[in-house]
Ligand binder design. Structure first.
Ligand SMILES: [Zn+2]
Length: 194
């Protein structure tokens, strides 16, 4: 990851913490980062022309297991899933009018050993997940959009990619404020511009 990505990852995390704090104050039951099978999380930050989306999915829904991929078959399944996730067009449909281009799309999973370049910042999180017997997939997407005001209908295709997924909790921060929406297979779209 380059320094810009690290900056944005931090931004997304900070924004998510801000939203989670507000949510718990209002009695929302979902703890930040809770690992629930069937439920994914998508944090979105829009800043000027930049759109950053950070996705977390349970291994159970992506590949059907959450243990370390030790057999060739399991490792293959994880790598295929990572490749699917790293193609942003598999995951999101952004309105053509917004003129968005993918700047970066990167996926990783705690089910496979991470390379030197990855994972140090997330070590504590991964250790916590391993202790609980759970594993997940994470992906971060950076888009630059010529006309962010046209981001009025973003489709999330994760329910097609991973049929056991029942909900994706979106938390977004834009210049207009912050909001949350629970996406489901029958309501898989959200707006970033109003
Ligand atoms: Zn799990």
């Amino acid at each position: 990851m380059n320094s810009k990505s690290k900056f944005f990852t931090g931004l997304v995390a900070a924004a998510a913490i801000g939203i989670a704090g507000a949510a718990s104050a209002s009695g929302e039951p979902n703890a930040p980062g809770a690992h629930v099978h069937g439920a994914g999380a998508l944090n979105v930050v829009v800043e000027g022309n930049d759109v950053i989306m950070e996705l977390t999915l349970p291994g159970a829904d992506v590949v059907g297991f959450e243990h370390k991929a030790e057999s060739d078959k399991d490792a293959q399944a994880v790598h295929e899933a990572l490749e699917k996730l790293e193609n942003a067009a598999n995951v999101f449909v952004l309105p053509a009018a917004a003129g968005c281009a993918v700047v970066e799309a990167h996926a990783e999973s705690s089910l496979v050993e991470e390379t030197e370049a990855h994972g140090h910042a997330n070590e504590n999180r991964h250790e916590a997940e391993h202790e609980a017997g759970h594993g997940d997939f994470g992906a971060i997407y950076e888009f630059t959009c010529a006309t962010p005001d046209a981001l009025k209908d973003i489709e999330v295709k994760l329910f097609v990619l991973f049929p056991s997924l029942e909900e994706v909790d979106v938390q977004a921060v834009t210049a207009k404020g912050q909001w949350a929406k629970e996406l489901t297979p029958s309501d898989n779209r959200f707006l970033l511009a109003f």
